[in-house]
Design a protein around this ligand. Sequence first.
Ligand SMILES: [Zn+2]
Length: 299
Amino acid sequence: MTDAANAGPPPPDVDTSAPEEIAAGVFIIRDRRVPLVPNIGIVLGEESALVVDTGMGPVNGRKVLEAARKLGDGRPLILTLTHFHPEHGFGASAFKNAARITYNKAQHGDLKTKGEAYLGMFRTFGPAVAAALEGTVLVDPDDVYEDANTTIDLGNRKVELRTWGRAHTRGDQVVWLPAERILFTGDLAEERIFPIFPWFPPDDVDIDGARWAAILTEMIGWDPAMVVPGHGDIGSVEILVAVRDYMVDLGARVAAARKAGQDADSIIAELSPKVRAEHPTWSSPEWIDFAIRYYATLS
Ligand SMILES: [Zn+2]
């Protein structure tokens, strides 16, 4: 292993210098394909502004807050997160008392039961990630919604927050702008990145691959004009199709191999290089093996 590999991933810095307006009043701060940086949204209405995800740690959180204040130009701010994972939500402390923080109930549950453990796990990912997490404080939301969806009216702009229960986590939430047909997916979809299966038994086994694929199929039916994935470049509905097809295909191949008597290790040895080769432009191939181990438990 090289020194660079030992050092872990690069600093997970959110670059807020040039938010990009993808539709009138809808801004994104791109991940620039930097590991552990998410795509972040800032959506303006006439009366308030919604921030979608914060980046990891208080410094990133403060930068995103400043960018939202600048774009929001005095509008009250609302923060929501696509899910509790550190690179998406562990900058939320910067928003405490500066924005109303809104989560769904299952996401809040994930944060309460797993937040500290994930903080500890991510601190082992190398010095740059540990430095970004320095001073992280997990904060409770101001509002928690119990239903499968809720609508926020930002002033002449409605935004729907939707959840289905366990998929990539127990409390995944997408943000949907029905008028503009813009969809923020969180980690239910990445673009040219192998789907992130956080399958970490025995600590975290809260994945439901069947529901996850069904959610993607449902969202494909919404016919989004623009998809902002959790990580990777923004694009069209094709992002959702690619992730859904990958999952359904991999699940079926693992089930067939299990039926033929193979265990997870032997399936990984045989299938993982093939799957990687079939997606030559996708990054983070380490997630293939996590996905295979997950699917292997189903049959
Ligand atoms: Zn995630």
